[in-house]
Write a protein that binds this ligand. Sequence first.
Ligand code: NAP
Length: 310
Amino acid sequence: MSNTEYDVIIVGGGPAGMTAGLYASRANLKTLLLEKAIMGGQMMTTTTVENWPGYPGGIEGPELMMRFQEHCVEFGLETDTGTVEQIIDNGETKTLIVDGEEMTCKAVIIATGAIPRKLGTKGEEPLVGKGVSYCATCDGAFFREVPIAVIGGGDTALEEALFLTRFASKVILVHRRDQLRGTPILQDRVKANEKIEIAWNSVVDSFESDTSGLTGAILKDTLTGETRQIEIQGMFVAVGVTPTTGFIKGLVDLTEDGFVKAGEDTQTNVPGIYVAGDNRTTILRQVSTAVGDGAVAALMAEKHITELEQ
Ligand code: NAP
């Protein structure tokens, strides 16, 4: 990759990054979007998106992202594959170290999103790919007619539990409290599904396995401390997300959990650096909010560049 100068470099190709790219390119800013893997972000491992306006009946996550990509490229957005290792603030310019090489620009939009959080229970790591998974749409079909568990009580856990009933003989939804966190409409569907059993006030205490992989788990009651064994061959962990912000630690202010501190204007504490989407401190993390952030971040970057030029 050559040392090219851009007006804006966007890091991350999910809904927030692509929308920022669309707006920035449409504003005639020379814009590059860098994505380290596949364009589309977390939406690429999502099933039907029901709450993206304009698609009654829903649209599959990957299809929606394909349309996003087509749309932003239509306005001249350049995209490339590359891992941003570091961002250096030089004041009026920013230097990005991308796969060991330097690139410069006037404004950066960080839209690196978040990745599924690990449970953190002993024995989890060696069972990843041998029964333990973080993506129902990726791995669900491996668990046909066998009992499985989904851990978590948020929207992701509820959606995954419902999706997995297509394959599994039984889905045990393990939640640490006595109330689910996810949207009421999903809660109702989960509770009405005969294949789903909810293990309330429960956490995973340990795993059971043999040479073939996961065979069961010990659940612990969070109120009484009592334990019970469940027989499962698959466990889908859906306990929230960790923001992908390790590479900007020390550059911009982060919360203890690693989210970039910024308000609705997407402005970080460093002038010319903006944050959009799931890695920003916000009350809602949806495609619609990521899209809103992307648009605002592009506008902010445009204003910043205009001020630099005055
Ligand atoms: P989330 O909303 O943060 O929920 C995480 C769940 O995991 C919570 O129920 C939490 O329990 C539980 N949990 C956290 N740490 C745990 C641990 N160590 N052990 C056991 N349980 C643990 O995360 P999410 O479901 O991944 O959703 C992330 C964001 O994306 C949310 O804003 C969500 O609304 C959004 N999303 C939206 C849709 C949609 O609109 N269709 C779909 C998916 C995700 P507590 O409830 O006790 O905290």
